[in-house]
Design a protein around this ligand. Structure first.
Ligand SMILES: CC(C)(COP(=O)(O)OP(=O)(O)OC[C@H]1O[C@@H](n2cnc3c(N)ncnc32)[C@H](O)[C@@H]1OP(=O)(O)O)[C@@H](O)C(=O)NCCC(=O)NCCS
Length: 168
């Protein structure tokens, strides 16, 4: 965390993006069970506890050549995942970190490295309007707000506002 008052800047975390291994999947599964993370992400899978549906989803996306996906390693540990996929005809990015890895600058570093590997522009992203952390990550990586939308958030059981962002 940046501590401006004392002039102490957060150090850039040393992370590595690598191909997803099957042994990462049980870790991703645990990470996506967290209730705070689900509330933040909001537009989640219907039932995060459904392991079969989780496995089917990951088998499908890992086999899809149009979906770049990377595991985020921090100090050798599986911190989370980052990916890009086409939704509503536009290429979007998304990411998810295990809670114990939050607040260290990992998402910002992972997204900036992932963006350097992706040639396609523009890129889009969506976040619940109150997902301040994710919106901040996107802004720090150059995304700007391009619009707003409303969508049904499985994790909240209701329609909520979302922010649409673009990187040109
Ligand atoms: C969103 C998420 C990826 C952020 O990861 P992170 O590694 O903690 O983010 P960073 O450390 O890179 O922080 C980026 C900025 O957000 C701020 N931030 C982080 N968590 C915050 C919070 N809970 N509230 C407000 N700001 C927050 C940081 O202070 C930093 O801003 P700064 O540099 O101005 O201080 C992580 O919380 C997560 O995985 N959440 C659950 C899944 C999710 O929401 N995915 C995105 C779906 S759109």
């Amino acid at each position: 965390m940046t501590q401006g008052a004392q002039g102490l800047e957060q150090e850039t975390p040393l992370i590595l993006l690598r191909e997803v291994k099957n042994s990462d999947l049980p870790i991703f599964f645990e990470q996506q069970l967290d209730s705070t993370a689900n509330y933040m992400a909001a537009f989640t899978r219907k039932d995060p506890t459904d392991r079969e549906s989780f496995d089917a989803h990951w088998t499908k996306i890992l086999a899809d050549e149009t979906i770049p996906i990377k595991t985020i390693l921090f100090e050798g540990q599986v911190a989370g995942s980052i990916l890009s996929y086409i939704q509503f005809g536009e290429r979007e990015v998304s990411y998810w970190l295990g809670k114990e890895f939050w607040g260290k600058g990992i998402a910002t570093k992972a997204l900036s490295e992932f963006l350097a590997e992706l040639e396609e522009r523009p890129l889009h992203a969506r976040a619940a309007k109150d997902n301040i952390a994710s919106i901040r990550v996107l802004k720090k990586c150059g995304f700007v707000v391009s619009g707003h939308d409303q969508g049904f958030a499985n994790a909240r059981g209701q329609e909520i506002e979302e922010v649409i962002m673009i990187l040109e």
